[in-house]
Design a protein around this ligand. Structure first.
Ligand code: HAM
Length: 403
C-alpha cells in the first residue's frame, strides 16, 4: 500500500471541517483589518529563500525541499510564505507606488524537511498576513491585536512574547560586539559556531542547555537599541497595555528567519507540546530592498494551522439541505430530475440506490441533512415527493417540482 510521506498528512473529516471553519472565520477577521487575499506559487527559485530567510537559518541550512527541475532550474518548495509575497510585491512593482499601503493574507502548504514529531510536520499549513508600506508602530499593534482576536475567537490560551531586534542603525554595532564576545567563549555547539559568524544573535535561540549557560550574561540587543527603535517599542508596549493585551518581553526571542528587524513576536501556548509556538512574526523593513525592490517598511505573521486545529473542537454543525432517496428502481430517474432542480438553491445529497425508507432515513442522518426526500412507487404514480423534516420530525407530501 502506498502511504503518505513521513511528516505529511491528509486533511479529511472531521479535521477538514475544522480546517474550513478556521479559514472562514480567520479570513473574516483579517478582512476587517483591510487585508486582501493573495496566492503565490508553492514552487519558487531556491535563491529567493536563500536571500530572504537567510543562509544562517536552519530552514535554508538543513530543511529545504530543493531540487533541479527538468529545465535545469534550482527550485524549492516554499518553506514559508513571506518570501514569495515579497517577491510578488516587487515583481508587480507595487514598491514603486508612492505612499500606498498593501495588506495581503494567504493560506496554504509550506514544506520543511524537519524531524517529524507532535506539532512538527514536513508539510504543514500556515495562515499568514503581510503588510507593506506602514512604518508606524501602530501597525505592529494592529497586527498583534488581530492575532489576539483570532486566538480569542478560537478560545486558545496563549502567552505573547515580544522583543525588538533593532534596525540597520543599532544592530550592526551590537552584532560586531556580540561576535567578538562570542569568539572568546569555548565550548559552543556546532550550530552556534556557525551562527557566530553568519548571524550571531541566533545563538540566543539555541536549545542546547550548555550554550544557554555559556551565553547567559552576554548583552542582549534590547539594551542597545537606538532612540527610534526604543521609542517604537515603547509605543507598541504602551498601546498593548492600554488595549489590555498581556505580553512578556523575551530578550532571547530572535526568530528563526534572518529577515526580521525591530518588532519580533511569538504566541506560544501551554496546550501544545514542545513545539509550542502557534504563531510568529515581526517587522522586516529591509527585505523588499534585499529582493531588489525599493525600501519599504513591512510587517507580518503566520499561524501554524495544524497546531491551532489541534487545540480546538470540531465545530458543531447544524443539519443542512436535503437527502434524496428512491425506494423503487423505476423512481431513480425522476428522483435525479427533482434533486437537480432542488440543487439550484439547496445543498442536495442523492442516493442512486433503491433502498428501504429506514435505510434512507439513516443515510440522511449520516449526511447531516435537514430534510429527507423520498420517491417510492406511490409517489411516482401521484407525482409527489415525500419529505421529512428531520429536526422538527414533520412529514409532508409536495407536488413534483418539475413535471
Ligand atoms: P515561523 O515562525 O517559521 O514564521 O512559522 C510560523 C508558524 O508556523 C509557527 O509559529 C508554527 O505554528 C508553524 N510551523 C512552523 N514550522 C512548522 C512545522 N514544521 N510543522 C507545523 N507547524 C509549523 C514564518 O514562517 C514567517 N514567514 C512568519 C512571518 C510572516 N513573519 C513575517 N511575516
Amino acid at each position: 500500500m502506498i502511504k503518505a510521506l513521513r511528516g505529511m498528512k491528509d486533511t479529511i473529516s472531521p479535521m477538514s471541517q475544522k480546517y474550513n471553519y478556521f479559514i472562514k472565520n480567520t479570513t473574516d477577521i483579517v478582512k476587517k483589518y483591510g487585508f486582501e487575499f493573495i496566492e503565490t506559487p508553492i514552487l519558487e527559485e531556491t535563491a529567493l529563500f536563500k536571500r530572504s530567510v537567510g543562509e544562517s537559518s536552519d530552514i535554508v541550512g538543513k530543511e529545504m525541499y530543493q531540487f533541479t527541475d527538468k529545465g535545469g532550474n534550482n527550485v524549492c518548495l516554499r518553506p514559508e510564505g513571506t518570501a514569495g509575497v515579497v517577491r510578488s510585491f516587487v515583481e508587480h512593482k507595487l514598491d514603486k507606488t508612492q505612499g500606498q499601503k498593501y495588506r495581503f493574507f494567504y493560506h496554504g502548504a509550506m514544506f520543511r524537511y524537519e524531524r517529524p514529531q507532535k506539532g512538527r510536520l514536513r508539510q504543514f499549513h500556515q495562515f499568514g498576513v503581510e503588510s507593506f508600506g506602514e512604518e508606524s508602530a501602530y501597525e505592529d499593534v494592529s497586527i498583534i491585536q488581530m492575532i489576539k482576536e483570532i486566538l480569542d475567537f478560537f478560545e486558545i490560551n496563549y502567552t505573547l512574547k515580544l522583543n525588538s531586534l533593532g534596525c540597520k542603525d543599532c544592530m550592526p554595532s551590537y552584532r560586531d560586539d556580540l561576535k567578538s564576545k562570542l569568539s572568546l567563549i569555548d565550548g559552543l555547539c556546532e550550530d552556534c559556531q556557525r551562527r557566530k559568524d553568519t548571524n550571531p544573535i541566533r545563538v540566543f535561540d539555541c536549545k542546547n542547555q550548555n550554550c544557554q549557560e555559556l551565553i547567559k550574561d552576554l548583552p542582549r540587543i534590547k539594551d542597545s537599541l537606538c532612540e527610534s527603535c526604543k521609542s517604537d517599542f515603547e509605543t507598541l508596549t504602551s498601546m498593548l497595555e492600554s488595549l489590555d493585551i498581556k505580553y512578556e518581553i523575551d530578550s532571547n526571542l530572535v526568530r528563526g528567519l534572518d529577515y526580521y528587524n525591530k518588532t519580533a513576536f511569538e504566541f506560544v501556548s501551554g496546550d501544545l507540546g514542545a513545539q509550542n509556538a502557534v504563531a510568529g512574526g515581526g517587522r522586516y523593513d529591509r527585505l523588499v530592498e534585499f529582493l531588489d525592490g525599493k525600501t519599504t517598511p513591512a510587517i507580518g505573521f503566520a499561524i501554524g494551522i495544524e497546531r491551532l486545529l489541534d487545540m480546538i473542537e470540531t465545530p458543531q454543525t447544524t443539519r443542512e439541505g436535503y437527502y434524496f432517496g428512491a425506494m423503487d428502481e423505476e423512481a431513480i430517474n425522476e428522483l435525479f430530475k427533482q434533486a437537480t432542480q432542488f440543487r439550484k438553491e439547496k445543498k442536495v445529497n442523492i442516493s442512486y440506490e433503491k433502498k428501504s425508507l429506514k435505510a434512507h432515513l439513516k443515510g440522511a442522518d449520516k449526511a447531516n441533512a435537514r430534510y429527507c426526500a423520498i420517491i417510492g412507487e406511490n409517489e411516482l404514480k401521484d407525482k409527489k415527493l415525500w419529505i421529512k423534516d428531520l429536526e422538527l420530525k414533520e412529514e409532508k407530501l409536495i407536488d413534483f417540482f418539475v413535471q
